[in-house]
Design a protein around this ligand. Structure first.
Ligand SMILES: [Fe+2]
Length: 342
């Protein structure tokens, strides 16, 4: 073991580094970029949010603040208690500002708990954390709450973030890859999602990563609307998502510990990074993703309470060629089954 590995702070019951910790340290030497990916702090109570966030930030400090960017995949807060969710949003804004690196935010279903309450009571809504990200210099999300996606260049990658969305007048809202209310008013057609795919095909980046609060078909939990973008271009190397808290027994039921799946019908892995909290999920976790000199990727799942890398995975550097007869054999998505106005 090299000296720099031995010098890493050790905590917990077992002071021996696992092979995953060593792989992470080895990868660090070859990584040209590192991204901290996390989701689902989502607490109704400020005290719980603070405890989980403090746990994760302490662990991030122990790692030596290795990230060049943060990708936050939704559910920053939970509940429609405006006072409480505002406190939790401010807690996170303050914490992430202090890290001084860009933050990309893809919203998730619980970010819309308050807009839904406002919809029921016919009063104007705000989204404290989303609004703060949108207005913050060097932080990124959709420019408008009714938009479905945004993209951010990252080295030789283009990163596409798919977001939940709500009408500016709150007449419709889409979460869980479906419709929360106002389905009859939903404006997007199949052409909208085909245009996203065309943008990916023509973006000019040699590699693409996609990220969302949700998985594509084949992933854990809700996947319907994202399926409209398939088939994904062959240079999509990886999809990252949250929402499905690993270790939560209520959902997704028999797949509760599933961390990595493949996008249905395609040679593209998708990684569940959830959750930042340990009340629904089994522990506070996040992913450190390293990008190496040759643009290959290393994904390291971190137990932030135990200060351990608990699993490691590297996607292949090339997707398999589009299987012959994809259209004939892949499970076809019929936009009319998903969209109110296909
Ligand atoms: Fe969620």
């Amino acid at each position: 073991m090299s000296d720099d590995i031995k010098s890493i702070p050790q905590e917990g019951e077992n002071n021996t580094m696992t092979i995953f910790d060593e792989l992470y340290e080895f990868g660090k030497r070859r990584a040209k970029q590192t991204v901290w990916v996390f989701s689902d702090l989502q607490q109704g109570k400020y005290e719980n949010a603070k405890r989980c966030l403090d746990t994760s930030l302490e662990d991030y400090e122990m790692l030596g603040r290795p990230a060049d960017m943060m990708w936050y995949l939704g559910d920053s807060t939970e509940s429609a208690n405006f006072t409480e969710l505002t406190r939790m949003a401010e807690l996170q804004i303050d914490a992430f500002e202090k890290l001084g690196i860009p933050l990309c935010y893809a919203t998730g279903n619980h970010d819309y708990d308050y807009p839904e309450a406002c919809h029921r009571n016919n009063v104007p809504f705000t989204m404290p954390f989303y609004d703060a990200v949108r207005e913050h210099k060097n932080w990124y999300t959709t420019k408008s709450c009714d938009e479905t996606w945004f993209k951010v260049p990252f080295g030789n990658f283009m990163v596409y973030f798919f977001c939940d969305h709500v009408a500016k007048d709150n007449s419709w809202c889409s979460t869980h890859n479906w419709y929360r209310y106002g389905r009859e008013n939903y404006p997007y057609t199949a052409e909208h999602f085909a245009a996203i795919r065309r943008d990916m095909e023509t973006c000019g980046a040699p590699n693409i990563i996609t990220a969302s609060h949700y998985g594509f078909p084949g992933g854990n939990r809700d996947t319907a609307i994202l399926s409209l973008i398939q088939p994904l271009p062959l240079n999509v190397r990886l999809h990252l998502y949250g929402h499905s808290h690993i270790g939560e027994y209520s959902c997704p039921q028999n797949r509760i510990f599933s961390q990595i799946q493949w996008v249905d019908w395609q040679d593209i892995p998708q990684v569940d990074v959830s959750s930042f909290e340990d009340i629904r999920g089994s522990y506070c976790r996040s992913v450190m993703m390293q990008v190496y000199e040759d643009d290959t990727l290393g994904r390291f799942l971190r137990n932030q309470k135990q200060h351990r890398i608990v699993s490691a995975f590297s996607p292949s550097c090339n997707s398999a060629e589009r299987p012959h007869g994809y259209e004939a054999h892949a499970k076809k998505v019929n936009p009319a089954d998903i969209l109110p106005n296909p």
